[in-house]
Design a protein around this ligand. Structure first.
Ligand SMILES: [Fe+2]
Length: 168
């Protein structure tokens, strides 16, 4: 995101810019998840991605709600950070032939995505509060809570390689 863009003069501008950044990221994630569902072999992982796809659609709706509450147009701005994470995930997954290793690569990619979202929502919530928009902060906190829960689930799957194998 262009931190030094001349369009950003105030904390409010920065808040709106970052909201547009996460809006773009969520929409890219919505596009990437069906590919990850296809590639995942473990049923638990597949189901986890399916659930997160549904959640992501709800999160997009919440971000749109925050745009409306804040009186600004719902618009995306390019986010090279999420593009990079998703591109790398694609490249790594394309190179892995072993199914268990592929699942591990997908979990790692998904966690990189979650961590990106967690940092963005954390920042947005803090700025919303500073701007006196605790109403926006509480909507964004719902998204943060879901991302954190997804991240936790992914950690459990990454750590239970045995379960992943047993589920085959
Ligand atoms: Fe998300």
């Amino acid at each position: 995101m262009g931190f030094f863009s001349k369009d950003i003069a105030s904390l409010d501008d920065l808040f709106v810019h970052t909201l547009r950044d996460i809006y773009y990221a969520e929409k890219e994630i919505e596009k990437a998840l069906p590919k990850m569902i296809d590639k995942a072999t473990n049923p638990r992982l597949k189901a986890g991605f399916e659930q997160h796809l549904a959640e992501t659609r709800g999160q997009i709706a919440r971000v749109e709600e925050v745009f409306e509450m804040h009186g600004v147009k719902a618009k995306e701005v390019n986010c090279p950070a999420i593009d990079g994470i998703l591109e790398e995930a694609d490249e790594v997954a394309a190179d892995v032939a072993d199914k268990k290793v592929l699942d591990a690569a997908l979990i790692a990619a998904a966690q990189a995505v979650e961590h990106y979202e967690i940092t963005r929502y954390g920042t947005l919530i803090a700025w919303a509060k500073e701007l006196g928009r605790s109403d926006c902060a509480s909507v964004l906190a719902k998204n943060l809570k879901e991302e954190e829960a997804t991240d936790k689930k992914l950690t459990q799957m990454a750590e239970s390689g045995v379960n992943l194998q047993a589920a085959e």
